[in-house]
Design a protein around this ligand. Structure first.
Ligand code: SAM
Length: 274
């Protein structure tokens, strides 16, 4: 018999560790809602037919909601050894194949660890959410969908439109590889302990045609240069890559434009023509 989430946290003496970005969701209404919204946005009734991977399950609120949505298997990757015993208790209560990995998610190639078709889900540790997301976006074709919670400001950078102050490298990479929709925004008091910031859950669905790894790395090089000096005109920010500047002229991108004026498709076109 499983204890409630709060009783589980008490039993294991799980005090949140700030260094691990731990802000727990102990309200099952919220974790169920995240899974429900993700499934309904994907027009599916459950995770059946998919292998799900959860990053940072912590005390397991979201994990319980995922298990109730009947995935073909669940893999959890958690850095905090204290949470592994909690995962073992969940594993003992389910018939769903359940793999527990005690490690740093940044060091795993999930396309090798998890069988396809894959879904990723996580209330992400905020301190490593951007490097984790960047890695997954570079392999976006490996996932059927990713349901991920970020601090609101990061979610705004991911979804920002062209010419907006939040528009930058992450917006271009995310919007070239995935369709991104906002599922839910949560205030601090939904978490234990309450963080200072609001949080946003986003659903990423890979685009049918994703740029190749070679083109994406050119896009990344272009956006690093252009947004590295975002107030400067391209003729200045791309100066160290003359071929890129020549290509701008050849395809009608003005050298007096600034980084934030170019939509993701323009960066893609530029990368493809260099
Ligand atoms: N999923 C739980 C919830 O919603 O209550 C916990 C979410 S908490 C924001 C982030 C979790 O990620 C913590 O359990 C933390 O220990 C774990 N974590 C932090 N850094 C990690 C890393 N590099 N790899 C795997 N897990 C990590």
């Amino acid at each position: 018999m499983l204890l409630s989430l709060r009783k589980t946290v008490e039993k294991h003496g799980l005090l949140a560790a700030k260094a691990l970005g731990q802000n727990f969701l102990l309200d099952r209404n919220i974790t169920d809602k995240i899974v429900r919204l993700s499934l309904s946005r994907q027009s599916i009734g459950s995770f059946a037919g998919c292998h799900v991977c959860e990053i940072g399950p912590g005390p397991g609120g979201l994990t319980r909601a995922v298990l109730e949505a009947a995935p073909d298997s669940l893999t959890v990757i958690e850095m905090d050894a204290r949470c592994i015993a909690i995962m073992e208790e969940l594993k003992a209560e389910t018939d769903i194949p359940f793999r527990i990995i005690n490690g740093d998610a940044l060091t795993f190639d999930l396309s090798e660890e998890i069988r396809a078709p894959r879904q990723l889900i996580s209330n992400l540790p905020y301190n490593v959410s951007v490097p984790l997301l960047t890695g997954w976006l570079h392999q976006a074709e490996s996932y059927r969908a990713m349901t991920l919670m970020f601090q609101k400001e990061v979610a705004e950078r991911i979804t920002a439109p062209t010419r907006c102050k939040d528009y930058g490298r992450l917006s271009v990479l995310a919007q070239l590889t995935c369709d991104v929709v906002k599922l839910l925004e949560l205030p601090p008091e939904c978490f234990t302990p309450a963080p200072k910031i609001r949080s946003t859950v986003l659903l990423f669905t890979p685009k049918p045609a994703i740029p190749s790894a070679e083109i994406l790395s050119k896009v990344e090089k272009l956006t690093a240069l252009a947004f590295g000096q975002r107030r400067k005109m391209l003729r200045q920010s791309l100066k160290s890559w003359p071929q890129a500047l020549e290509t701008c002229a050849a395809i009608g991108i003005s050298p007096t434009a600034r980084a934030e004026e170019l939509p993701p498709a323009a960066y893609l076109q530029l990368a493809e023509k260099i």
